[in-house]
Structures are given as C-alpha cells and as structure tokens.
Design a protein. Structure first.
Length: 191
C-alpha cells in the first residue's frame, strides 16, 4: 500500500504561513521623502559691467587668491540648531485620492516635496500629503534639514486633521537662509 505524506506536510506549511502572514503583511511601510535643494540658480547682474554672476562663475576670475577673494564654502559649515523645532502648519485641501490603504499602501504618504530658500528668510519644504484611508487622521511628520550629510535643524510637524481620502498641501519651514542647507528629509512618524 502506497501512502503519501506530502499533502499533510503541504497543509501544515499553509497553516503556518497563514498564521505568520497577517503579522508580516499587516502594516505598510511609512512614507518618507528625501529632496535636494531646487535647481534654481540665483544670479546677480553687475550694473557697471553687465556681467552676470552665479554660484557657478563666481571666483573663476584669474588673480590673487586672498582671503577676501575666496567665497564661502558651504560644505565646511558646522552649525546646528539645538533642540527640535515644533511646527503646526496650515493645510490646503487640494483634492481627493483613492482609498487604498492596506498591506502595501501606507495610511498617509508624502508626495512631491520641494526644498527651496526664500532669500533673507527661511528654507522651506513644500510637500503634499495623501490620506489613503477611510478615516480622518492627524499625521505627525519629522523633517531633518542637512548640509553635506551633517544635521542643521530637526523639525517635528504637527499636521491638523486630514479627512478621509484627502490630498493636502503644506509648507514646513527650516532654518534661516544664513545657514546653508542642501537636503531635507521628511518622513511620516504616525499614523
């Protein structure tokens, strides 16, 4: 008599797989976005010579290399704002998104972030949040502003309630533009 034990083993493997699957697939990874400074290049036209100066051509004029002739090296900056700045930004409803939150789609995700400097004011990240769930959520974000990989400022962003299936826009403010920033990384801490 021939007896097969394969089907019993298969059933046992499936049973173990079903008990592990909800724990492994129960929650999607949280959203995160890493954005470099925008490519807009500031320029200055010398009224006497008509020469247009940009960060790409300043300092390329031949001549003596004196301390007064050397430009600021932003990569050498070693300034850090102590503590964590807490912000409560206003949100602007922009439309709706499909309700798709589940094992592979996070409840809230960050979309289309841009880092830019407002001259003589602050660095800012403009970003969009999508609430992919059927519930109203109150997201908590964390943004880190860095220069050449070194931290400059950490920010906790307390976002107001975002309705079910809503897409909203908001602005997160960073350090003053006197401090150089080349990258901002924002991530959803909750939900």
């Amino acid at each position: 008599m021939y007896r097969s034990y394969g089907s019993g083993l298969t059933a046992l493997v499936c049973l173990v797989g079903l008990t592990i699957a909800p724990a492994a697939l129960g929650q999607a990874p949280r959203s995160s976005v890493d954005t470099p400074a925008s490519a807009g290049v500031p320029e200055f036209r010398d009224p006497k010579t008509g020469q247009i100066w940009t960060p790409e051509n300043v300092g390329l004029v031949p001549g003596p290399n004196t301390p007064s002739d050397r430009a600021f090296d932003p990569l050498a900056q070693a300034v850090h704002v102590d503590g964590v700045v807490v912000q409560r930004p206003r949100i602007t409803p922009l439309g709706s998104v499909p309700i798709t939150a589940g094992p592979t789609v996070p409840i809230v995700n960050i979309d289309d972030a841009t880092l830019r400097a407002v001259p003589s004011q602050r660095w800012q990240v403009v970003l969009y949040l999508n609430n992919n769930s059927a519930k109203t959520v109150v997201p908590l974000l964390h943004c880190g502003f860095t220069n050449n990989g070194k931290p400059v400022e950490e920010t906790r962003v307390l976002v107001p309630a975002v309705g079910s299936g809503m897409r909203v826009g908001l602005t997160v403010y960073g350090p003053k533009t006197g401090l150089f920033v080349d990258r901002a990384t924002c991530r959803v801490q909750s939900p």
